[in-house]
Design a protein around this ligand. Structure first.
Ligand code: FES
Ligand code: FES
Length: 141
């Protein structure tokens, strides 16, 4: 069908021209770094977010993935998804959403899991470096 074709094009597009590849200085206090591995295959993904402390939103995002095409496409898609999101919303992204958008086959589900793990790990690294701006503080409790 046409929509299946469009989904395959989205996957191929993120695979052949990944968005937001690169890295940031992980020493910067406004940068959170996530480095995760997939036990199933040994692939590794590094994802970094720059956070605007005024409203706790992600102002920039970069990744490097040493892995398969599905992992690269998943991380590329994720970077476009989380730009401009609050840390709270970005932390709620599930790998199943990514897998559904990119139409990954079941055997490639763990590749999208790498992207979910990476954004969670980047967020938690940011909170570790900026303990004053945790979600609890923002909600005023
Ligand atoms: Fe790692 Fe796919 S198994 S590249
Ligand atoms: Fe390992 Fe895709 S096969 S991340």
């Amino acid at each position: 069908s046409l929509s299946a074709l469009l989904i395959v094009q989205l996957l191929l597009d993120h695979y052949s021209s990944p968005r937001n590849v690169g890295s940031m200085n992980k020493q910067d206090t406004d940068v959170g770094t996530g480095l995760v591995g997939a036990p199933a295959c040994g692939d590794v993904m590094k994802l970094q977010i720059k956070v605007d402390p005024k409203d706790n939103t992600i102002s920039d995002v970069k990744f490097k993935t040493f892995g398969c095409g599905s992992a690269i496409a998943s991380s590329s898609y994720l970077t476009e998804l989380v730009r401009g999101m609050t840390l709270e919303d970005a932390g709620k992204i599930r790998n199943t959403e990514i897998a559904r958008e990119l139409c990954l086959p079941p055997v490639k589900l763990h590749c999208s899991m790498l992207a979910e793990d990476a954004i969670k790990s980047a967020i938690s690294n940011y909170y570790t470096k900026n303990p004053k701006t945790t979600a609890t503080d923002l909600s005023g409790t």
